[in-house]
Design a protein around this ligand. Structure first.
Ligand SMILES: N[C@@H](CCC(=O)N[C@@H](CS)C(=O)NCC(=O)O)C(=O)O
Length: 243
């Protein structure tokens, strides 16, 4: 249980308050680059971590949305799909976290989060393309109140094997990359959910995964975005009806 051990949220108290239905919208399309997130959303967290890791805190302003009391202007004026994350940049608003993390990586300064190496890049594409399927495989039994399925075990084994492909570091491509960002926000949640609701430790017997989680927990760009595990669990029980 490396990731959950003793970890409360380390979020700075200076984060902007979440905007709700009575909040005024920001001055959209005034040239400011804004990342719209919800503090509890694993998809939004991917874009938030990418922004932090690239050192873009001054270039990309965070706007937190209260999804329990969503302001009408978010859908009307910002992002018609109404989901977070979305990024307002260059007079356009883009969404979809897995596209956005690539967009932020390619269009802003800071350390490149995809390697030049062709084999690594191809593996990155494969793993990023698998991230939604992985998320579904892990969340489905919780939402349908089923046991740990063969599909869950296979999905976790697939990640464990993927983590052994490159041995120049503990991350999916060896060195830290967008792939790690795509998976860690989901792993953060499913680790706590499965541990509490199924008594199943996703990292047990998966040493690569355990090492990965330990190393991720040393990256401040990520740890500053983490949720308190028990708060995450309560939220998912309430809103996703996991049990
Ligand atoms: N495929 C999207 C999923 C985004 C998503 O579903 N976000 C949720 C929050 S975790 C959302 O905005 N839901 C809309 C709502 O609750 O009103 C992505 O990866 O960006």
């Amino acid at each position: 249980m490396a990731a959950a051990a003793g970890l409360g949220s380390r979020r700075p108290t200076t984060l902007p308050p979440a905007l709700g239905s009575t909040s005024q919208p920001p001055p959209v399309f005034d040239g400011t680059t804004r990342l719209y997130i919800c503090y509890f959303c694993p998809f939004a967290q991917r874009a938030w971590v990418t922004r932090n890791f690239k050192g873009l805190q001054d270039k990309i302003k965070l706007v937190a949305i209260d999804l329990q009391d969503k302001p009408a202007w978010y859908k009307e004026k910002v992002y018609p799909q109404g989901t977070v994350p979305s990024l307002e940049h260059d007079n356009e608003v883009r969404g979809e976290s897995l596209d956005l993390i690539r967009y932020i990586d390619c269009n802003f300064d800071g350390p490149a989060l995809l390697p030049e190496d062709a084999a690594k890049r191809q593996f990155a594409d494969e793993l990023i393309a698998y991230a939604d399927e992985f998320t579904k495989a892990l969340y489905s039994p919780l939402i349908s109140h089923a046991d740990v399925s063969d599909e869950v075990v296979a999905a976790m084994d697939k990640l464990e094997a993927a983590l052994s492909k490159f041995n120049d570091g503990p991350f999916f491509l060896g060195r830290f990359s967008l792939v790690d960002i795509a998976y860690v926000t989901i792993l953060e949640r499913v680790q706590i959910y499965y541990s509490h609701l199924r008594n199943y430790d996703i990292a047990k017997g998966r040493p690569n995964l355990e090492k990965f989680i330990d190393q991720m927990n040393k990256i401040e760009a990520y740890t500053l975005t983490k949720n308190d595990p028990l708060f995450s669990l309560d939220l998912a029980k309430k809103h996703l009806k996991i049990a």
